[in-house]
Write a protein that binds this ligand. Structure first.
Ligand code: ASP
Ligand code: MG
Length: 407
């Protein structure tokens, strides 16, 4: 008998009809002789609607009360699902984060799970019930409800799978799995059979928004086998696990991120300690810097450029403008007319020429590269925003990612 944790996202349980379909699917898995824990998100746009309700009352509601409010969305889903399963003639029980014993720290609206006491869940499973757990929520040391940040139900599922030592954690969503590129841009993008935790983390943080990043970090830490699959069909999904060796391709996929900006600090004095001053200022303001480039000095000055999330642009530029004298710089310029296009693959470390091939693909399309950064498993290029789609297509094609269907 296998113990499986399944998670269904908000769109999969959005209305009564879809909820009944998911209930049938859950019952099918149960009838195959598995123990089953099912984590659910709030129905459809419920969480957004709850946030709107709060905003109608106050522009700055307390985070404790936000958590009290937002956690109700998931409770609706699990209660309705328990009723649906019972209607099909099977036994189910719905449990909140507190009832399960999902203990978190006290960072309301973005709490982290610290510990799970799975006793109640295990008892219910032993009694033969299908256990339905509210995603996205936990309880802190004071007994107050917390939530885990938007999209946090994935993390609930993986954390439960780790705590219960489940055999598999299946994440059901409205896409079939993880693709070699965004299928809306690259029609021949191919679904991956498997991908390693590290590759998935890179793809996720590079803008392939399928999974909550934290869920993949947890899966890696506790070696949880995860599968991303569609709730609308029975197709195989993508397995996320330690070593993805079935697929030996060196490049797994192409990702892009348009929500970024480039900042350049001009004519900085070319003396030791300047980079430290700049990036310490940014770090203290909690501004996360990604690619950094420093030009070779002309005379006694140089330029330093870096990329950040677009929503931190104004803050970063203000901060630098205020500190021009302190930094010893002449000025600052910036743009958000940029995007980051990246390739990811653990295999590239052992293959020379990968970077050259990526640059060749861009050159052939006459796309100018503004910045480059590399690591063991990824290469990123900064390009003009309106060239993103063209760049992703050209690179996908250059590495033949759409072609091979491995056995
Ligand atoms: N309902 C929450 C949200 O919309 C959590 C989740 O869906 O995972 O962010
Ligand atoms: Mg949701």
């Amino acid at each position: 008998m296998a113990l499986i944790v399944q998670k269904f996202g908000g769109s999969s349980v959005a209305d009564a009809e879809r909820l009944m379909n998911v209930a049938r699917r859950i019952v099918d898995t149960y009838r195959q002789g598995n123990q089953l824990v099912v984590v659910l998100s709030a129905q459809g746009d419920t969480t957004d609607e709850l946030i709107e309700k709060a905003m109608e009352i106050s522009e700055n509601p307390s985070k404790r009360e936000m958590d009290m409010l937002l956690s109700t969305g998931e409770q609706i889903s699990i209660a309705l699902m328990a009723m649906a399963i019972e209607k099909l003639g099977y036994q189910a029980v719905s449990l909140t984060g507190q009832q399960v014993g999902i203990y978190t720290n006290s960072f309301h609206t973005h709490a982290r799970i610290e510990n799970i006491d799975g006793k109640r869940v295990k008892d219910e499973l032993e009694a033969g019930k299908i256990v339905l757990v509210a995603g996205f929520q936990g309880v802190n040391e004071h007994g107050d409800i917390t939530t885990l940040g938007r999209g946090g139900s994935d993390t609930t599922a993986v954390a439960l799978a780790a705590a219960l030592k489940a055999d598999l954690c299946e994440i059901y969503t409205d896409v079939d799995g993880i693709y070699t590129a965004d299928p809306r841009i690259v029609p021949d993008a191919r679904k991956l059979k498997d991908i390693s935790y590290d590759e998935m983390l890179e793809l996720a943080s590079l803008g392939a928004r399928v999974l909550h990043n934290r869920s993949v970090e947890l899966a890696k830490k506790y070696n949880v086998n995860m599968e991303v699959r569609s709730s609308l069909n029975d197709h195989d999904g993508t397995l996320i696990k330690e070593e993805a060796e079935m697929e030996k391709t060196m490049i797994k996929g192409v990702a892009y991120d348009k929500d970024i900006a480039r900042v350049s600090i001009l004519s900085v004095r070319d003396v030791p300690g300047i980079a430290f001053k700049i990036f310490k200022l940014l770090a203290d303001a909690d501004i996360n810097v990604d690619i950094i480039i420093q030009s070779i000095g002309r005379g006694d000055t140089k330029d330093i450029s870096f990329t950040i999330a677009r929503n931190q642009l104004t803050e970063a530029v203000d901060l630098i403008n205020k500190n021009l004298d302190y930094i010893g710089a002449k000025g600052v310029n910036f743009t958000h007319d940029v995007a980051k296009v990246s390739i990811v693959g653990a295999g590239m470390a052992n293959h020379p020429g990968v970077a050259a091939a990526m640059f060749e693909a861009l050159a052939k399309e006459d796309i100018n590269i503004h910045m480059i950064s590399t690591s063991e498993i990824k290469i990123s290029c900064l390009v003009r925003k309106d060239e993103t789609e063209k760049a992703v297509k050209a690179i996908h094609e250059r590495f033949g990612l759409g072609e091979t269907e491995e056995e």
